[in-house]
Ligand binder design. Structure first.
Ligand code: HAM
Length: 423
């Protein structure tokens, strides 16, 4: 019996891969423009790497098992802890700020829905060793430039930016939320937009006192965050304001809005946090990231500030599909070499190989076939041209080049074909 792919996993057919390649090309292009170097890490990691700092939500989603060596291991659900460990190992030698990017495939046992799968590829771009807001602006700008490269404008995609330091300052001053309570309060705020009832229940659990007490006042505070004005004027918002100024100076201000309801689900963020959304907000975030200045210290004993983001291929793929329709496979074959009779075959194979040496994408029939059948295959491959070798032309050191779109034919010297003939 045929078995399908597991729920949330994809069989990626060549036409769908065209879209993924386009996304990867945009990722690599922008990473290169910003001077980032590529790194990679292991897809399987010790569970401890995530239980220590990523936060409850992601730990509950781990693909986790005990390996034959009795190690508790997990498929990586995110790249940031691996990055932190790798940088910590070489922290002394690496010139700061470090600009690194990676394109890992990640695995999370999530409830599958549109834009949310159990495996995805995620561009990670991170700057390590710079605490200032220009580094924050740099990674946000890179994320925005990727969607621009893919043809989206400020009417299609919005960047929502916030800062946990500002939220912490306001919560401490106005609601006496200290460092011990802060993580739970931020976790409730993270839920507030998607699931306000769950956020309220979580606050009541943490703070006690019911809706009339502190929990109720905090819910009012959450609701008031829709207007960022007052918080943006706080002293704690100075880095955020500087980051916004830099984005405006780059001409990207039109994409950006301050929104203090963004806190991000992962536990390790310490400062600026941001997400990119489709303007209609019909899908989960296109990307998310922020500043995490303590993670390297906690995972590797090295004190280095970090900022970065992760951008998945799934939501971007959905948006491209909505705009462009289903992806179409690109022709993989440029030139089809066909033979009139079996005596021509050795010459055809030699010519095909010479063309491949030149970098031309070449196919020929792998078994005896009538010329008509060969040309049919050439056309269905979308080849630009067929080169037909027959005894008469061969005797003259020539072949017939047939342009498949027009049917036009001309005789060309085989030595020219092998050298630099333009099809
Ligand atoms: P994240 O918000 O968990 O952050 O994931 C970043 C992006 O990856 C999301 O916005 C979404 O596009 C994509 N993504 C995540 N999970 C799924 C899923 N199940 N299906 C489809 N797409 C998904 C992080 O992972 C951080 N480590 C990012 C980061 C890097 N922060 C700083 N540096």
């Amino acid at each position: 019996m045929a078995t399908g792919a597991l729920p949330g996993f994809r069989d990626v057919f060549p036409d769908a891969l065209v879209r993924r390649r386009r996304i990867f090309a945009a990722w690599r292009e922008v990473a290169a423009r910003y001077g980032f170097e590529e790194y990679d890490g292991p897809p399987l990691e010790p569970v401890e790497l995530y239980t220590r700092k990523s936060g409850e939500e992601i730990v509950e989603q781990l693909y986790r098992f005990v390996d034959r060596g009795e190690r508790d291991v997990a498929l990586r659900p995110e790249m940031t802890p691996t990055l932190a460990r790798m940088v910590a190992q070489r922290a002394a030698q690496l010139k700061k700020p470090i600009r690194w990017f990676s394109l890992p495939q990640l695995f999370r046992y999530e409830r599958q829905q549109r834009g949310r799968l159990r495996e995805h590829f995620q561009l990670n771009m991170d700057i390590i060793g710079e605490a200032g807001p220009l580094a924050d602006a740099e990674v946000i700008a890179a994320a925005v430039d990727i969607v621009r490269v893919l043809g989206f404008g400020p009417g299609d995609v919005r960047a929502r930016i916030s800062d946990r330091r500002v939220l912490a300052a306001a919560l401490a001053a106005e609601h006496q939320v200290g460092p011990a309570e802060l993580p739970a309060v931020l976790a409730a705020l993270d839920k507030f937009e998607r699931a306000p009832e769950a956020a309220a229940a979580a606050l009541e659990r943490t703070l006690g006192g019911g809706r009339q007490g502190r929990a109720g006042r905090l819910l009012d505070f959450f609701a008031g965050l829709a207007d960022p004005g007052a918080l943006l004027a706080l002293e704690a918002a100075a880095p955020l304001r500087e980051c916004l100024d830099a984005l405006r100076a780059m001409g990207l201000g039109g994409f950006v809005e301050v929104d203090f309801r963004i806190v991000r689900g992962l536990a390790y963020y310490t400062g600026m946090v941001f997400e990119l959304f489709d303007a209609a907000r019909s899908l989960r975030a296109i990307c998310g990231g922020g500043r995490y200045d303590d993670l390297l210290e906690q995972l590797g004993g090295v004190n280095l500030p970090c900022v970065g983001f992760g951008m998945g291929d799934v939501v971007l793929g959905e948006l491209l599909g909505e705009r462009d329709g289903p992806p179409r496979a690109e022709p993989a074959v440029g030139v089809f070499v066909a033979v009139v009779g079996e005596a021509d075959r050795p010459f055809a194979i030699a010519l095909a190989h010479a063309l491949r040496e030149r970098g031309v994408a070449v196919e020929y029939a792998l078994k005896r076939q009538a010329l008509g059948k060969q040309l049919e295959l050439a056309a269905s491959r979308g080849a630009r041209a067929a080169v037909v070798l027959g005894p008469d032309e061969r005797a003259a050191g020539e072949a017939v080049v047939r342009t498949l779109a027009s049917g036009a034919e001309r005789r060309v010297k085989i030595t020219d074909l092998e050298k630099d003939y333009v099809f």
